[in-house]
Write a protein that binds this ligand. Structure first.
Ligand SMILES: Nc1ncnc2c1ncn2[C@@H]1O[C@H](COP(=O)(O)OP(=O)(O)OP(=O)(O)O)[C@@H](O)[C@H]1O
Ligand SMILES: [Mg+2]
Length: 158
């Protein structure tokens, strides 16, 4: 487990963060995004998809639960599970089968926490109280699988 805090000063920096993070990920990897409305979860996901050249295709999965993207045989699943009551609904749609079939990025993933494997990256975004363009971003890797990414991405210094 590793934990890092970073600040982004505008939406572009959050997008860049998503883009960089995506460059490390492969099939079976999971990123959970948590944060109040408008905190930048979808913006970070947009960065993520930009890395795969899918920036024009992003749509919010708020009403569909999951959007699927595919690029060079890599599948990316973008979930928004905000509307789920609990994990049982997630199991009902065969949710965990997605985990091994592609890269999963899950907005509000803590709602379905008990369905998640032990190892995943959790990103919590908070709006700054004063400046509308600043986001305080907390990144934790659970397990060890992703520790090197946090070290590599942030050098452990930021
Ligand atoms: N540093 C920043 N990082 C990300 N977004 C920012 C930043 N500063 C301002 N913004 C703005 O905040 C908004 C973030 O919206 P976004 O849709 O990504 O949030 P969200 O967390 O997905 O919200 P929701 O829970 O409603 O889906 C955008 O309008 C974006 O332009
Ligand atoms: Mg969103």
């Amino acid at each position: 487990m590793k934990h890092i805090e970073i600040t982004t000063n505008n939406e572009k920096e959050t997008l860049e963060l998503g883009k960089k993070l995506a460059s490390y990920l492969k099939k079976g990897d999971i990123v959970v995004l948590t944060g109040e409305l408008g905190s930048g979860k979808t913006k970070l996901t947009e960065g993520f998809l930009t890395y795969f050249g899918l920036e024009n295709e992003i749509s919010s999965p708020t009403f569909t639960l999951v959007n699927e993207y595919i690029k060079n045989d890599i599948k990316i699943f973008h979930f928004d599970v905000y509307r789920l009551e609990d994990s049982s609904e997630f199991y009902a749609i065969g949710g965990e089968e997605y985990f091994e079939n592609g890269i999963c990025i899950i907005e509000w993933g803590e709602i379905i926490q008990d369905t998640l494997p032990e190892e995943y990256i959790h990103i919590i975004l908070k709006k700054d109280d004063i400046n509308d363009n600043i986001r305080l971003i907390d990144v934790t890797s659970y397990g060890h699988k992703y520790d090197y990414i946090l070290t590599d991405l942030f050098g452990g210094t930021k």
